[in-house]
Design a protein around this ligand. Structure first.
Ligand code: THU
Length: 160
């Protein structure tokens, strides 16, 4: 038996103002998208904005359902639309803004496991990393240079 250590390297920006200008623009799109979330059950609204290599920006927000599992997260709403609309383009990065309607969320909110798996699929498909930036409504912003940093030991097509 041996023990292995798996490390992820992430960048932490102290606040929104520390971000490069182009990332701020994408984050602003995610903030706008968050306001369009349909989240009457959780009151937790999430917005995602994707920049494609053709310059297109795709946004999405969480869409809930009275039958709870039928709803979908913001990240997957956005990335499935991007995949459906631009199947031959690459996804350069995704910005995510999340927070409760009851209080201001100041912690960076990472994508859930199912969204990580879905984003990973496109990273594998396009053979190029997808940068992920995530934040709450305010406070620190975390950057991952690749989705794979957020999903060690990922399940992908190489095992099928
Ligand atoms: N949600 C997202 O949109 N993205 C995530 O990565 C985590 C959770 C949504 C799903 C649900 O509508 C609400 O947040 C509370 O879980």
């Amino acid at each position: 038996m041996k023990t292995i250590k798996i490390e992820s390297i992430l960048d932490v920006f102290e606040n929104f103002d520390e971000l490069p200008k182009d990332i701020k623009l994408l984050m602003d799109k995610a903030k706008e998208a968050r306001l369009k979330a349909y989240a009457p059950y959780s009151n937790f609204q999430v917005g995602a904005a994707i920049l494609m290599d053709n310059g297109e920006i795709i946004t999405g927000s969480n869409q809930e359902n009275a039958s709870y599992p039928s709803g979908l997260c913001a990240e997957r709403t956005a990335i499935f639309y991007a995949g459906a609309q631009f199947p031959n383009s690459k996804i350069l990065r995704m910005a995510i803004v999340a927070g409760s309607n009851h209080n201001i969320t100041a912690l960076p909110i990472p994508p859930c496991g199912a969204c990580r798996q879905s984003i990973a699929e496109y990273e594998v498909k396009q053979e190029a990393p997808i940068e992920i930036f995530f934040m709450g409504q305010t406070g620190k912003v975390i950057k991952s240079n690749s989705l794979s940093n957020l999903l060690p030991l990922m399940f992908d097509k190489s095992v099928l």
